[in-house]
Design a protein around this ligand. Structure first.
Ligand SMILES: [Zn+2]
Length: 480
């Protein structure tokens, strides 16, 4: 009897303990995160860890700060990193990476919004629309360039810009902004494609009832009509880099501000806004560190607009910041253990702007080395802030003579071409600052992800970039 009582008491204690444990566990199991009403998805094209760190170090020196200050998004509590290889290459291009970030599916380089067999993929714009979100897309490159078009377009040729413009028109994207509607002039020659100009594509956009405007204010205040805000609706022109701005140009911040106002005024049940910092990739293709740092900082300022918005809408907003791939293979530290950002302090123009300056001098008939030497000193700080060895000066002089002897060839930075003289001057500048680059294209290194707000912890589970849009779709209440 005694044994039996003990057994019963023991059993009762065990059952009670089990019940308490279940209750406790149930209590700590997180309930699925609340659905964010406002979702910001920032994509730094080509942005990687070293671009972020370099930007932080550069501006600490530039602004005379005693301590390096982190960019706003690199201070987010939720941080992670993901792989980004494409289905066809260990190193992705912006089309396959944009597709991965928009659809959650890996595809081949040069493919936009289609899988490796060419089948059209569902994207975040589709999911957002189904779930009642109004959609906005912002970039500072063409609105039908690889990254933005991954959110509405479908083609196995990323340079099929007219087809992508038509896909945009047919999409549910309510607000779009960028430099221009790209035509085929900026694409590799393809004899099979008829040239449809930016002017003609703009006409197609207008004929579809979309307000195509150059006025950010008008775009911000429009109600009940789709809006396309561009810097240029007549030709396929880039907007200048931050470092080259003269004032009055449409910037990533203007476009982002207009998008937030428009979506706030028009969206009934929240919005999804993708913002791409597209020009930082261009600058990194040109191995132009300072120009890249200015672009990264402006990208962070755009994130700052979302943070301000989140302050007004706490517990309703999610901000995700990531990148599609790394560009340029930038290394901070080439000479022993040094990084000398102070050597960059005299750079006043991008490498592309410097190429234009040199070409103008050539057109004006300037043929003295001393003039070109002065231009390099004025705009890059060579000889004044950056020591130039005799060997390096001889190399620059050789490039200078080449300009007049054979007019080229130019160095191909994918989106722009630089004079060899500028490429070599830039290299001297980079190495003097103890910064080097390993690629004129992309590298396959891990890319960062930062998240802030409703559901941010869900991004800690991401392992590949395709997991990011899947996570966003889930938080929206849908699926990719
Ligand atoms: Zn890219």
């Amino acid at each position: 009897m005694k044994r039996q009582t003990k057994l019963i008491i023991g059993l009762a204690i065990a059952i009670i303990s089990l019940c308490i444990s279940i209750l406790l566990i149930t209590d700590v199991i997180p309930t699925s995160p609340k659905k964010p009403k406002y979702i910001f998805y920032f994509i730094g094209d080509g942005l990687s860890f070293n671009h972020i760190l370099g930007t932080e170090q550069f501006f600490a020196v530039k602004e005379g700060k005693a301590k390096v200050e982190r960019l706003n998004f690199s201070k987010f509590d939720t941080r992670n990193f993901v792989t980004n290889y494409s289905a066809s290459h260990p190193v992705t291009d912006s089309a396959a990476a944009g597709t991965a970030l928009a659809t959650g599916c890996k595809t081949a380089n040069s493919y936009v919004g289609v899988d490796i067999n060419g089948n059209e993929l569902r994207n975040l714009t589709d999911v957002a629309s189904e779930q009642g979100y109004m959609v906005g897309l912002v970039t500072n490159v063409g609105i039908n360039h690889a990254t933005p078009s991954s959110f509405y377009g479908h083609t196995s040729n990323r340079y099929g810009f007219p087809k992508l413009a038509d896909d945009y028109i047919a999409s549910p994207v309510a607000f779009i902004s960028g430099s221009t509607i790209m035509d085929l002039k900026s694409a590799p020659a393809d004899a099979n494609m008829p040239l449809i100009t930016t002017l003609e594509l703009a006409e197609r956009v207008r004929n579809a009832g979309i307000l195509l405007t150059l006025d950010a204010e008008e775009a911000a205040n429009t109600k009940g009509q789709r809006v396309a805000l561009v810097a240029n609706d007549k030709e396929n022109k880039h907007v200048p880099y931050v470092i080259d701005r003269k004032g009055g140009e449409l910037t990533l911040l203007d476009s982002s501000r207009a998008a937030i106002s428009y979506l706030s005024n028009n969206a009934k049940d929240g919005f999804f806004l993708m913002v791409e910092g597209g020009k930082l990739d261009y600058a990194a293709h040109e191995q132009d560190a300072v120009t890249t740092f200015y672009e990264v900082r402006e990208f962070a300022q755009a994130v700052g607009l979302a943070l301000e918005f989140a302050k007004q809408h706490p517990r309703e907003t999610l901000i995700v910041v990531t990148s599609d791939h790394e560009t340029g293979g930038m290394a901070l530290g080439w000479d022993h253990y040094e990084v000398r950002m102070e050597r960059f302090m005299a750079q006043k123009a991008s490498a592309i702007e410097m190429t234009k300056i040199i070409q103008k001098m050539r057109a004006e008939g300037k043929r003295n080395w001393s003039d070109y030497k002065q231009a390099l000193s004025d705009n890059f700080g060579l000889w004044s802030l950056v020591p130039v060895s005799k060997e390096d000066e001889a190399k620059l002089k050789h490039d200078f003579y080449d300009i007049f002897m054979k007019y080229g060839p130019m160095v191909d930075g994918l989106y722009n071409k630089s004079e060899f003289l500028i490429y070599d001057a830039m290299r001297i500048l980079n190495l003097s600052a103890s910064i080097d680059w390993t690629s004129m294209y992309h590298t396959g290194m891990y890319t960062p992800i930062f998240a802030n707000g409703v559901g941010e912890k869900a991004f800690l589970d991401c392992r590949d970039q395709t997991d990011i849009p899947k996570t966003i779709a889930r938080l929206m209440g849908g699926e990719l």
